[in-house]
Design a protein around this ligand. Structure first.
Ligand code: FES
Length: 334
């Protein structure tokens, strides 16, 4: 069967032979799709069936909810075609040519604690490496001294290609957390591979609503740099939430951005009440109102833990935002 893959910048048709997944068939035909794990866990290869149907083995699909599957979402690394179909992807096909995957050895340029549990890690790339990314994308990096790899979104803007910043939650245990807490030093080398991921600003004009849980703030900071010049005429709302006061970070940074971006409104929330002026009690979903999506041209961007994404998606749809206006990036499993 043929599958029309409709990217944000055009359609490419691939023929999917029996026994092949859409991802395999597309790759064989030279059509590059965003993907990472190829085994159904990361969720990066998701597309939406708008005509025909694609089938996925139920026991191999770990990163989609039943309601998302009912809405037509499919993991293309797991899907086979039983009918001629059309799948919509929310990134441009040109993105993967513009931002090719590179592997490089980066150097730790800075390690800054942004609060009790979040570190900003700055990596410097060698001059010889040509690295370009789209705000919203992530890289994989190898935790020094281990065989473990982790994925983190760039928090820095896409114009800065030699120095990448990441905001990383330091947990009580875990390979990257142990490294950052006990071992990391400026000058360490870290292997990175990227960029990856299809998360990023759509070209649709209209207001922007960003909803970030914890270090899900990182890609929003990167995307805000693009909005600084491009969309001053439309409101930009950023809702950022953490569980506790001690988990909040970058509040000064957000305040600074608000002071020089006329269109930006920032709402910071914490599940537990805090003593910080202006921080609301609640979570990024509970503080959403109809006003946030009143303009039907609003595009929403969500990044955070899976439960928050699911709740935010449902709430936005309930408030009247069409599902295709919602773009989401979930924390990748380590
Ligand atoms: Fe399909 Fe990871 S590439 S779920």
């Amino acid at each position: 069967h043929t599958v029309d893959l409709t990217f944000a910048d055009g359609t490419k048709t691939v023929s999917v032979p029996a026994g092949s997944t859409v991802l395999e068939a597309a790759t064989a035909a030279g059509v590059r799709l965003v993907s990472q794990c190829t085994v159904g866990t990361c969720g990066t290869c998701v597309g939406k069936v708008v005509r025909g149907d694609l089938a996925m083995p139920q026991d191999r699909v770990f990163s989609l909810r039943q309601d998302e599957i009912r809405e037509g979402q499919r993991l293309l690394c797991q899907s086979v075609a039983y009918a001629d179909s059309e799948v919509e992807l929310d990134y441009p096909a040109s993105m993967l040519d513009e931002y090719p995957l590179v592997a490089a050895t980066a150097k730790v340029g800075a390690i800054t604690w942004l609060g009790e549990s979040v570190v900003e890690l700055v990596l410097k790339l060698p001059k010889s490496v040509r690295f370009a990314f789209r705000a919203g994308q992530y890289v994989r990096m190898q935790v020094p001294g281990t065989e473990e790899w982790r994925s983190y979104s760039m928090a820095s803007g896409e114009r800065d290609r030699k120095k990448l910043a990441f905001t990383i939650r330091v947990l009580p245990s875990g390979a990257m957390s142990d490294y950052l807490r006990n071992v990391a030093a400026v000058g360490d080398t870290i292997e990175i591979e990227g960029p990856s991921g299809g998360f990023g600003l759509s070209d649709e004009p209209g207001p922007t609503l960003m909803i970030a849980g914890g270090t899900g703030l990182a890609p929003m900071l990167s995307m805000l740099e693009n909005l600084q010049t491009a969309r001053e005429d439309h409101p930009i709302r950023l809702v950022f939430g953490c569980a506790r006061e001690a988990d909040l970070f970058h509040l000064d940074e957000l305040e600074a951005r608000r002071s020089f971006m006329r269109a930006l409104d920032v709402r910071v929330v914490s599940d537990e009440p805090t003593s910080i002026d202006g921080v609301l009690t609640g979570n990024p979903v509970s503080v959403l109102t109809e006003d946030d999506v009143r303009d039907p041209r609003t595009s929403a961007y969500l990044c955070g833990p899976p439960a928050m994404l699911a709740a935010a998606h449902d709430r936005l749809v309930e408030l009247g935002l069409p599902a295709e206006r919602i773009h989401a990036e979930q924390f990748l499993p380590s």
